[in-house]
Design a protein around this ligand. Structure first.
Ligand SMILES: *[C@@H]1O[C@H](CO)[C@@H](O)[C@H](O)[C@H]1NC(C)=O
Ligand SMILES: *[C@@H]1O[C@H](CO)[C@@H](O)[C@H](O)[C@H]1NC(C)=O
Ligand SMILES: *[C@@H]1O[C@H](CO)[C@@H](O)[C@H](O)[C@H]1NC(C)=O
Ligand SMILES: *[C@@H]1O[C@H](CO)[C@@H](O)[C@H](O)[C@H]1NC(C)=O
Ligand SMILES: *[C@@H]1O[C@H](CO)[C@@H](O)[C@H](O)[C@H]1NC(C)=O
Length: 799
């Protein structure tokens, strides 16, 4: 243990000076003495008696003792020996704290005589304390981008010891980023300073823990430790980063609004706000902003409005990711819109001819273009019309088509066509567009008027009033308008002698035919002429027809009695023998009628008689016969009036007066005549044969006609005698095939065999020979002819 005075003389002088001032009566100094702290009690410090030059007993005799202001006696004086001993362990730190040197002042007092000696004791430090950090753990927050060399002062450690026993040095546990420097404070204390040697990287090592050791200068040194936790502060040194620079999506054109499209996601290595990314469209066009939206937090891109492939096929969207520190990064989103078949084809008519002439071939009806805004199959179109129409479609160039009539059309066959142009695309589903065109076929005068019949037969009754409408002809024209307006005319007669212009006229507008004068069946039974019909087309077309006018008979002729001749100046007298049996044929009234048919059917009746009941008239053939036997009482002369009436409506009649003379016996000339051959052989006989032909129709079933041959032997006027020889008419009256024998009054009759062939409805019949009665004719010479006639023969002859 080293004991010695203060090594600094100047400091000691100052202390002495102070002691002198405070101590009244102080005479001398002792010491200085020194002692190491913590020295055991009773340890020797110094021998005060020796230092004062006193003898061994003098100390006790003088009554030496120690005086101090301490509240504890650190020292004791052994007066017997004069030794100054440690009374109590001295703790420098307690006595002086950090002050150095640590000096205790005391006085040695001598009572006899009073004498005071000033003395001081220096307590020397020993390294009995270790450095202690007041903070067991220090937390440092260091931004990761702090520059190399930057120093961070740390809290120092405290050591109660002083001097070299105090903290002398700091050390840090081994690490790659920091070293520690030991720094002097102005008060001499040492403190640690952490110096950055290598850049920090939060992303790599966000926290570093070190052990700081403080060492004092003792030997061996004592030490204390503390933990230093370094939190590396992230700085925004990382921009967000997209895993790919280009995102590509394909979406259908009809994707519903609001649909999710894609999520872009950037990563930022920074933490906290610096790593918090928000997404935005970058430099986006209005179209993009209208169509898409991006969730700034999640990066989800949604569809905001409808897509239209036809307007925009793809979008190039720049997306920016920005972190909280303002660093940003971009990526590109390529959105390809996939076409769907959402556009029907469009038809644009360039020209339409709505009216085409009927006989033009390959007429262009329409020129149109088609298009479809879709692409691919969705935009490929097929054009068609109904396949049963006489039109076809022709592609001219690109997407232009023509609609052409494939042949000359016939308006009369079809005047209107509804053509539906159907344009279909090939997409799924197929979309189609229809365009209807109505084409009217205009008329060309390609049809002549056509009469409804090639020939017309009209039944005009004779004696018509002039200007009578006798019938009509009609022609139709299949054309239209003026081309179908028909005008009628009479064509010049083939036979120039026919006075056609005076007979008929025609209304040019409606074809009504008029008789210009009263017709006379007996004069003109039929005539023919041609009528023409012309349309008003240009050039006009015409046609003609034959009109046959048949004049129908009217009952305008009264019966005409041929026999007996009615001449008052020369009456014909019939001779009847008184011996004649009942039914004797007296004579036969022969009459004709200029009319025909029923109008010419005659019937006879006895109108007046001198002696009623003696003679009878056969109604159908005009035969006059005796009704009974004659007697002597009957008068010789008789006068009969016979009425001849036709069957017309109203009937016309004629009367004839017969003179009959009854004679006795048979007179030769009245014998029955020889056979017909004999009569024929009589060349002198002047015979007149009347041929009466009648036409009659019976209901609708059949027609028949009857030919009547009447051989009449006319009375020959012989000499001056007024008595003539009268003939007997033979044959039935036409149309009356009645068996008259049943009447009982007449015993003789004419019979005909009529044989119809072909059954009911047939028009053909055979007319057979009449069976002549056995009676002798009164007038010699007669001729019977067999003939055959046809129902449709006209006219009659009188020979
Ligand atoms: C700190 O003090 C010690 C001795 O007290 C001295 O050796 C050293 O050079 C000083 N250091 C600085 C940086 O002043
Ligand atoms: C069409 O009809 C008119 C009038 O009949 C005629 O002039 C023209 O030549 C016809 N055209 C054809 C192509 O037949
Ligand atoms: C054509 O269409 C019109 C209007 O729909 C219709 O009145 C007419 O009868 C049609 N014509 C034909 C020939 O189908
Ligand atoms: C075209 O005509 C057809 C047949 O008459 C009809 O069904 C269709 O509706 C019409 N189209 C148009 C667009 O008028
Ligand atoms: C009647 O007979 C006389 C004498 O023969 C003749 O002159 C006259 O013309 C006849 N009359 C008629 C109407 O036939």
């Amino acid at each position: 243990m080293e004991i010695g005075w203060m090594h600094n003389p100047r400091q000691r002088q100052v202390l002495v000076f102070f002691v002198l001032l405070s101590m009244y009566g102080a005479s001398a100094e002792l010491g200085p003495y020194s002692v190491v702290e913590e020295t055991e009690r009773g340890s020797f410090v110094a021998n005060v008696g020796k230092d004062l030059g006193l003898g061994l007993t003098e100390m006790s005799t003088r009554g030496a003792r120690i005086i101090s202001q301490w509240n504890k006696e650190h020292l004791q004086l052994k007066v017997q020996t004069g030794d100054l001993l440690i009374n109590d362990k001295l703790d420098r730190e307690k006595l002086c704290g950090p002050s150095e040197p640590c000096i205790l002042h005391f006085q040695v007092l001598m009572e006899k005589p009073l004498e005071i000696f000033q003395a001081e004791l220096r307590v020397k430090d020993i390294n009995d304390h270790s450095p202690v950090f007041t903070e067991r753990e220090m937390i440092l927050k260091i931004p990761e981008n702090s520059p190399i060399g930057i120093a961070f002062p740390l809290s120092n450690a405290l050591d109660l010891d002083v001097g070299s026993n105090n903290v002398q040095n700091y050390k840090i546990s081994p690490n790659s980023h920091f070293r520690v420097l030991t720094r002097n404070r102005s008060d001499g204390r040492k403190y640690p300073e952490l110096v950055l040697d290598k850049e920090l990287d939060w992303e790599e090592e966000p926290e570093i823990s070190l052990t700081l050791t403080a060492l004092d200068g003792g030997s061996p040194p004592r030490y204390g430790t503390a933990q230093v936790r370094i939190e590396v502060l992230d700085i925004n040194d990382n921009a967000p980063e997209f895993p790919q620079r280009l995102y590509e999506v394909q979406i259908l054109e009809d994707t519903p609004v609001g649909s999710w499209i894609i999520t872009v996601s950037a990563k930022d290595l920074d933490a906290g706000n610096h790593g918090k990314i928000s997404y935005t469209f970058f430099h986006a066009s209005e179209d993009i902003r209208k169509t898409f939206e991006i969730n700034p937090l999640s990066g989800e891109v949604h569809l905001r409005s409808h897509l239209d492939f036809e307007a925009i096929q793809s979008y190039i969207i720049n997306i920016q990711a920005t972190d909280g520190g303002g660093l940003s990064e971009e990526c590109t989103l390529l959105v390809k819109v996939i076409d769907i078949n959402d556009n029907p084809p469009e038809v644009t008519m360039s020209s339409i001819t709505k009216i085409i002439p009927e006989n033009a071939s390959e007429t262009l009806v329409a020129l149109f273009s088609v298009r479809d805004q879709d692409t691919g199959e969705n935009g490929r179109v097929v054009c068609s019309i109904q396949d049963y129409l006489p039109f076809f479609l022709k592609r001219t160039f690109k997407n232009f088509f023509t609609l052409v009539a494939e042949k000359a059309l016939d308006r009369e066959e079809r005047a209107e066509y509804n053509i539906t142009i159907t344009v279909t695309d090939m997409g799924t589903p197929r979309l189609k567009t229809e365009h209807n065109i109505t084409v009217l076929v205009s008329d060309v005068n390609d049809n002549a008027p056509a009469f409804t019949q090639t020939s017309y037969t009209l039944s005009v009754r004779e004696n018509n009033s002039p200007a009578l409408h006798i019938g009509s002809v009609r022609a139709t024209d299949r054309d239209a308008g003026a081309n179908a307006q028909v005008t009628y005319s009479l064509l010049p007669p083939l036979d120039p002698h026919v006075p056609l212009a005076s007979l008929v006229s025609i209304n040019p507008d409606n074809g009504h035919l008029f008789a210009l004068r009263s017709l006379d069946y007996e004069a003109l039974r039929a005539f023919e002429f041609r009528v023409g019909a012309a349309d008003r087309g240009s050039p006009a077309l015409s046609s003609q027809a034959l009109v046959r006018v048949l004049v129908a008979d009217d009952n305008d002729n009264a019966p005409f009695v041929l026999y007996p001749l009615q001449n008052a100046s020369a009456p014909c007298t019939e001779l009847v023998p008184r011996a004649a049996e009942a039914g004797y044929l007296v004579t036969k009234v022969v009459a004709v009628d200029g009319d025909s048919g029923q109008n010419a059917w005659l019937s006879y009746q006895l109108l007046k008689a001198t002696e009623p009941g003696l003679f009878g008239v056969w109604a159908h053939n005009g035969e006059v016969r005796t009704a009974r036997l004659l007697s002597e009482r009957d008068a010789a002369k008789h006068r009969l009036v016979v009425l001849v009436k036709d069957n017309g409506e109203p009937p016309l009649s004629a009367s004839v007066t017969l003179h009959v003379l009854l004679v006795d016996g048979f007179s030769q000339p009245y014998l029955p005549a020889p056979e017909a051959e004999a009569a024929d052989a009589a060349p002198a006989a002047a015979l007149t044969v009347y041929l009466v032909v009648a036409l009659a129709s019976v209901s609708s079933l059949f027609l028949f006609s009857v030919l009547v041959f009447v051989a009449v032997r006319l009375c020959r006027r012989g000499g001056a005698a007024s008595v003539g020889r009268c003939s007997v008419p033979e044959g039935p009256f036409p149309g009356h095939l009645l068996d008259v024998s049943g009447t009982g009054t007449l015993s003789q009759s004419y019979q005909y065999e009529v044989c119809l062939t072909g059954g009911s409805g047939s028009n053909e019949f055979k007319f057979l020979k009449p069976i002549l009665p056995n009676l002798p004719p009164q007038c010699p010479g007669k001729e019977i002819e067999e003939n055959r006639t046809f129902y449709n023969s006209f006219g009659f002859n009188i020979q």
